[in-house]
Design a protein around this ligand. Structure first.
Ligand SMILES: [Zn+2]
Length: 577
């Protein structure tokens, strides 16, 4: 395990790698790498910056994002209490430091994460700051360097933390389009929502010696598979061997590697080259009136029904609930299934192909569960492998080329957390889908039909309209997973379900979901035909107006839709509640 960097005032520090007692000044001179065994201790963001950028060149981004506690999250401690403790413990305002600097006299924008601050978790303030750093890189026409250290999305901010993966990714997409280099430096540890977005969808991915990166953490994988993990699993060497990083770099060589990359990107600029004109994304539009404010919608019915969040989780997981293939049979016509990722596999947990909705051709892609244990096992419980995400991406791009709209049906407990999935690049596969959907030049309507589980759900849900069945759930983490981390016992899953705000009415109020598909009483499994009719009607109502929107406008509006989930709009959200 990794040592913690020495604190100020301590003369000696014990290496967590070999146990040697080391003189602190000597250790710091050696960049906090143990001179005896080479163990790389974790670095605080200010120290990391000091090591990487030219002296005196760092200028922090000017303004701070608003204070946020978007869902009033309380476990055994209140979220603001945890935030204050993190601030006092680190001296930082948030889990990332962003600004501009030069590295070897090459200008760039940087975002450096700090694992000491709530595990480097990605929340709306962190997402806002990193997005601003990327927007600054675009404005200045300079590369973006990201140094990641994170356990994943910040569950105290519920599904809004998941939205940050889309928000930062679309800023990375803008840099891609402008031909500006993006580099991420993976440091130990980089997991979950950060791994499955901006840590891996950059142009060049470096892993610092000793870094571990993955979509699912080792503890979760051991729990799910019930087996010991292979030696060196998810380490930098493992990532290099499996083609997931460009290089493994010891800390002493990191700055030099960045200088070389930035120099190459700069040399590639022809005389007179200028970056693409920055998009007007700085001032997101005011949020449209929440659907909940409109009278006579399904939202009213859902609110009036007032089903408890934990009961909703149980309904969303009901084995009789219609699956994607059921809807393709009932709500859609003429389904022609297309298979394969063209890279070596066909994932059974994702189905997709051409179909018609009320006579109009489109591409439908969805997670496939099943009704019996046999079906569920054959479909891996709707948990997509990297091949499933790559098949989905292939079909989305095909739809865009053919000018067909895309409808996605989301019903997954989460992406496959197995050893094989990690070896095949689960994090990068999800990250690429999120980025590509944010710029797909064709209408996209996503429907959360059952379980919208974390990054695996978002990989199919960066859309122009996000709809949700009345008793579906959409969450950054399962209530059981959240309870296991934040409560003293797993029995707290019902409390966690309520705290996470994962129901359709909650998510409408937060602006994450645009409309609700009503279900029969008590839920969809009672009358699948009626549910299919309702789904068809609501999807058509949202899809038809999108068909007339020019692709460029569509993409710009989609970007604005997700850009507003940053901290700048936190006040508006609080007011809407
Ligand atoms: Zn050592």
């Amino acid at each position: 395990m990794t040592a913690t960097a020495p604190r100020e005032g301590e003369l000696w520090s014990r290496c967590a790698g070999c146990g040697s007692l080391l003189y602190r000044k000597r250790l710091r001179r050696n960049l906090d790498v143990c001179p005896e065994c080479g163990e790389h201790a974790r670095l605080a963001a200010p120290e990391r910056l000091r090591q990487l950028v030219d002296a005196e060149s760092f200028t922090p981004l000017p303004d701070r994002p608003a204070e946020v506690d978007p869902i009033d999250f309380v476990d055994v401690l209140s979220y603001p209490h945890r935030l204050s403790a993190a601030r006092a413990g680190t001296g930082l305002a948030e889990a990332v430091l962003c600004g501009t600097a030069t590295i070897g006299r090459h200008p760039c924008a940087l975002a450096v994460m700090d694992f000491r601050f709530l595990g480097g978790s990605l929340g709306v303030a962190v997402g806002e700051l990193i997005t601003r750093a990327a927007e600054r890189a675009l404005e200045d026409g300079v590369p973006l360097v990201l140094v990641t250290a994170s356990g994943g999305a910040r569950m105290q901010e519920g599904v809004l933390s998941l939205m940050q993966m889309a928000m930062v990714s679309q800023a990375i997409a803008a840099l891609r389009e402008a031909g500006l280099l993006t580099v991420s430096v993976l440091t130990d540890p980089t997991y979950g929502g950060v791994a499955a977005s901006f840590a891996t969808n950059t142009d060049v991915v470096l892993a610092e010696t000793g870094a571990r990166m993955g979509f699912a953490g080792p503890r979760v994988i051991r729990q799910v598979t019930g087996r010991a993990l292979p030696e060196g699993f998810q380490t930098a060497a493992f990532l290099l061997r499996h083609g997931q990083v460009d290089m493994v770099v010891p800390r002493r060589a990191l700055r030099g590697r960045l200088v070389a990359l930035l120099a190459a990107a700069r040399a590639g600029r022809r005389p007179g080259w200028r970056p693409a004109v920055p998009r007007q994304v700085a001032a997101p539009p005011a949020r449209p009136a929440a659907v909940a404010d409109r009278p006579g919608t399904a939202v009213d019915a859902a609110l009036a029904a007032g089903v408890d969040a934990w009961e909703t989780v149980r309904l969303a997981r009901h084995p009789g609930r219609p699956t994607t293939l059921d809807y393709l049979d009932t709500a859609f016509e003429g389904f022609v299934e297309l298979h394969g990722d063209r890279l070596g596999a066909d994932c059974p947990a994702v189905v997709g192909g051409l179909a018609r909705l009320d006579g109009r051709p489109l591409m439908v892609i969805g997670h496939q569960k099943g009704h019996t244990t046999g079906e569920l096992v054959a479909r891996n419980f709707g948990m997509a492998s990297p091949a499933g995400h790559r098949k989905a991406l292939r079909l989305m791009r095909l739809a865009a080329r053919l000018g067909l709209p895309v409808v996605t049906l989301v019903d997954t407990p989460g992406a496959d957390p197995g050893v094989g999935a990690e070896e095949q690049g689960q994090a990068a596969a999800i990250a690429e889908n999120i980025l590509s959907l944010s710029v797909l030049p064709t209408p996209v309507v996503a429907v959360i039909t059952g379980e919208g589980g974390s990054g695996g759900a978002l990989a199919l849900a960066v859309a122009d309209r996000v709809l949700m069945l009345q008793h579906a759930v959409y969450s950054v983490i399962s209530p059981e997973g959240c309870a296991a981390i934040l409560w003293p016992d797993r029995g707290a899953a019902p409390q966690a379900a309520r705290a996470l705000r994962l129901t359709a009415p909650d998510l409408c109020r937060l602006g994450v979901v645009d409309d609700i598909v009503p279900e029969p009483v008590p839920a969809a499994h009672r009358d699948p035909e009626a549910t299919a009719r309702a789904l068809r009607e609501v999807v058509l109502a949202h899809l038809l107006p999108l068909l007339d929107v020019p692709p460029a406008t569509l993409v710009q509006r989609r970007r604005q839709r997700f850009r507003r989930f940053g901290a700048a709009r936190a006040g508006a959200r609080a007011g809407a509640r």
